[in-house]
Design a protein around this ligand. Sequence first.
Ligand SMILES: C[S@@+](CC[C@H](N)C(=O)[O-])C[C@H]1O[C@@H](n2cnc3c(N)ncnc32)[C@H](O)[C@@H]1O
Length: 399
Amino acid sequence: MTHDKTTADAVAGPGGTPPGPSPVGPDPAVDPVFSDGDATSTADPALPGTPATLPDPSFSGEPGTPAGRPSDPVPAHPVEPAGEVTPTFMGEPTAPAEPAIFAEPTTATGDPAAVVPVGAVEPLFAEPAAAGPSLVDSADRPAEQQTAEDRPAPGAATLPPEAAPAARTLFGDRLDLAAAYAELLATDGVVRGLIGPREAPRIWERHLLNCAAMAERIPEGASLLDVGSGAGLPGLVLAIARPDLTVTLVEPLARRTAFLVEAVQQLGLTRTVRVFRGRAEDAAAGTRDSAPLSADIVTARAVAALDRLTAWCLPLVVPGGRLVALKGASAAEEIAEHAEAVARLGGGEPELHRCGVGVIDPPAVVIEVVRERVVGPVRKKGPKRSRGGRRRGGSGRDR
Ligand SMILES: C[S@@+](CC[C@H](N)C(=O)[O-])C[C@H]1O[C@@H](n2cnc3c(N)ncnc32)[C@H](O)[C@@H]1O
């Protein structure tokens, strides 16, 4: 698989090789993020729809024409009205030569309630066990509401020595970039209420390493959409670990997308990462300002249970591509519970994989769903009508 020259040029230099399965042994000192009680997980077989069958990713480089590839005309679910959200790519290019860069958010107000009706988003946090851990759902207080305890401790994001071998394996020569992101999260991210101060000291073990471990499930040169990125997990971590990927971070909340835009700029990732402000449903349907988005791989962590996640994410996956959802200890139960819904939505049999075996302990657990079929919008059942518009079997009058 190839990726376009713009991206190739942008990612040339240190760290060009994606990390593969690691030779490093288990690190017992690494705190578990997910409990390891899943006996049904499988080794790591190749999936259908991996590199050879996925279309070449391309990056349009034009804000507002994000996908760079045709998208499916029919979303697999009814598209909800966007409410107050104006789904859009973030900001203007800062320089014409940098096609995928985003500057100031055009509509960010810093007030999440002004972006998405609270009721439309908050219930999605209702399934923490099914959705997995999150950086943002325990924090998310604006700076003005924070107390002294919320302030970041100096050096909070320092890489713990016991996590260093895994970090080196997963990030390779992009480790400095990962450290810069960890620092951003632990400082700016805490001050801006995107992550809780208690998360800062465990950013590496609980968050960055798990997200980076997902990289082994992502084909070389793939395009990737990360749905519900929050403060950038896992999308930004994967963009750091894998410069061969073209990544779009999809996130509806203004305060979070403002942080993401700045993080992308500060980390120098503007050629391979872009930020779409809006919901997954908006991204899949397309907006006034942007064509429908799609990608080889769609990732998500701590966004929703598998059935809802599939409904949102599968329309964003190119046929044959995959949803790769980072999940927690209950991944196997989620599969059992939602496999039927996934099939109805056009997905193949959900598969459970462990990532980072021999590198992080316990390994990260992902559920993968291949988009096998393009499913049209679900229509409500109504009375059948004859060609003349009359109800079959009736007189045409209400009875
Ligand atoms: C609990 S947070 C998880 C954030 C991040 N993935 C992490 O692991 O830290 C869930 C995120 O999903 C976003 N979200 C909720 N519904 C969404 C939707 N329909 N489309 C895209 N993002 C959504 C929220 O705004 C929020 O930032």
